[in-house]
Design a protein around this ligand. Structure first.
Ligand code: RB5
Length: 144
């Protein structure tokens, strides 16, 4: 399973610790790897492209709050980014919304909580059925 991970300057430390903790995962790291200020929309776009090109099946995006980078990723057609504060949000973002990116707030959430959120996000499948109809409606809105 290849997973893309990206972050702005606020998320460098958390990103490095996630990569270390989940050492069995094949990561595609789109940066940044420096604490020099960068613009989170650039990172969101680079990570989204990896999913749309099928280089990665899921993504993790980190900024200070998890908000900006998620708003940016959700502008990309085919991306469903879910900001998650806990495991339950991560579980249902996959089960019901078929989210392909989870966004995390490095200045908001503790590291252990982030690890649990990621574990749940990557180990949960989309349930389809009635939820597929709703996700298809979201996809149709991308054509407006
Ligand atoms: C950067 O300082 C900060 O604005 C960014 O990481 C994020 O929180 C934006 O939503």
């Amino acid at each position: 399973m290849k997973i893309v991970i990206g972050n702005d300057h606020a998320g460098v430390n958390l990103k490095n610790n996630i990569i270390k903790y989940f050492s069995e995962i094949e990561w595609i790291n789109v940066g940044t790897d420096s604490e020099k200020s960068v613009d989170y929309p650039d990172i969101a776009l680079n990570a989204s492209k990896k999913i749309l090109n099928n280089e990665a099946c899921l993504g993790i995006l980190i900024c200070g709050t998890g908000t900006g980078i998620g708003i940016a990723a959700n502008k990309v057609k085919g991306i469903r980014a879910a900001m998650c504060f806990n495991e339950i949000m991560a579980e249902y973002a996959r089960k019901h919304n078929n989210a392909n990116i989870v966004t995390l707030g490095a200045r908001i959430l503790g590291e252990e909580l982030c690890f649990s959120i990621i574990k749940k996000f990557i180990s949960t499948d989309f349930e389809g059925e009635r939820h597929a109809k709703r996700v298809n409606k979201i996809c149709a809105m991308e054509e407006l």
